[in-house]
Design a protein around this ligand. Structure first.
Ligand code: SF4
Length: 385
């Protein structure tokens, strides 16, 4: 069994050492996940781009009064969801700023006009509508949550998401990326992950790398995620996301993590986390994304045929066919999964009745999506190439 000190040593592993560790990471993936790499065909629903936090790298959040700032209307939400359904999507990813009404009177006024007391009430209502009126299954990234909010979200979604990002309080200090961000205080985010565990809902989390954290802080963040999963068994996937510098932000000139840094961190995650946690890296944030497979990842996350990555709008999703082709070149097979990972579909304590029924209606025997978009075409292309 590897110790924290072993994970700390990985920071300085040389090329030969990293090659050995990456082979171990691939072996762990192979034993736990076979030769299948998954993605989720989704639409992204940015319910509001108002946010009470001010992360130093964010271009998603807008100030009230600036062009495009505000909430989607229910009609806009349902239009995205219906179009997603028409295009074969299975997941509605709700993503939104944190509790803007606690900071901005304008946000409170907008919620009043929509007829909701809080952003959380609104996202719960919209998730319920999407679940009831379409075949999409909500996955909700609504920020930090209390126990009651987790309970309400569990009734209308297949899973929830909250990036831990990093466990270090240092990053909330003055001049650091999470300064003046009450929801980025690590203990708040850990508390939400624990609440999700207590309430037994499949949960996605992850770390954001390259925002000024040390290697030891990455190790400790992943150890904290592993610990909460060992306690509750609810972490379905961990994302390792690389920071991208965006013009107009406080961190516009920060150094971005390179491919070697990503490969080293993904290998660390694969070796450190329990093998039943899916390991994901976004394919739209690096040109040679297929190299992540060498470090043992088994999931590409959500890819949309309809909506942009609103968090990284300058980085278009690769075509699903392209992802399938590059995955196949590594001897692996791309398959479409649902919002909720297969092992939770037959664990009734993890799903409330409505999302459970919606998932069962779309799952094949192994828990992946019964209707597989495009993957079959690509495999045929590979065979005849
Ligand atoms: S990254 Fe999220 S929490 Fe931070 S400012 Fe942007 S929307 Fe708000």
């Amino acid at each position: 069994m590897l110790l924290r000190s072993d994970f700390l040593d990985m920071e300085h592993a040389d090329a030969a050492g990293m090659a050995r560790l990456m082979a171990v990471a691939r072996d762990i993936r192979s034993r736990a996940w076979g030769d299948i790499v998954t993605y989720s065909r989704k639409v992204f629903i940015p319910l509001t781009n108002l946010c009470r936090d001010q992360c130093g790298y964010c271009t998603f959040a807008k100030q009230p009064g600036t062009p495009g700032a505000g909430y989607l209307t229910p009609e806009q939400v349902m239009a995205i969801a219906h179009e997603g359904q028409r295009l074969g999507c299975k997941e509605a990813l709700f993503s939104l700023g944190e509790k803007p009404e606690l900071r901005y009177p304008e946000a409170r006024a907008m919620l009043d006009r929509l007829g909701y007391a809080s952003t959380m009430d609104y996202v719960i209502a919209m998730s319920e509508r999407v679940l009831r009126e379409t075949t999409l299954i909500p996955h909700v990234n609504a920020g930090t949550l209390n126990l009651n909010e987790v309970r309400q979200l569990k009734a209308v979604s297949g899973s929830v998401g909250l990036m831990l990002e990093n466990i270090s309080r240092r990053l909330v200090g003055r001049g650091m990326p999470h300064y003046a961000c009450p929801d980025k205080v690590p203990v708040q985010r850990l508390r939400t992950l624990h609440m999700a565990g207590v309430e037994k809902i499949a949960t996605t989390t992850g770390i954001l790398i390259g925002i000024g954290e040390t290697w030891a802080e990455r190790v400790d963040s992943l150890l904290a995620i592993a610990e909460t999963h060992r306690e509750y068994g609810h972490i379905q996937e961990v994302i390792v996301q690389n920071f991208r510098a965006k013009p107009g932000t406080l961190m516009a000139s920060w150094q971005e993590p390179g491919m070697d840094d990503m490969l080293r961190t993904l290998t660390l995650a694969r070796l450190l986390l329990p093998a039943d946690i899916s390991l994901q890296a976004p394919p739209n944030l690096a040109d040679a994304f297929e190299r992540y497979l060498d470090a043992g990842i088994n999931d590409w996350g959500g890819i949309s045929p309809l909506t942009a990555d609103h968090i990284n709008p300058e980085r278009a999703w690769p075509a699903i066919n392209e992802v399938a082709r590059r995955t196949a070149r590594q001897g692996l097979q791309l398959q479409e999964r649902l919002t909720t990972y297969p092992r939770y579909l037959n664990a009734p304590e993890f799903l409330d009745p409505a999302p459970h029924a919606a998932l069962q209606a779309q799952a094949r025997a192994d828990g992946l999506a019964a209707q597989q978009y495009l993957a079959a075409t690509v495999i045929n292309e590979e065979c005849t190439a």
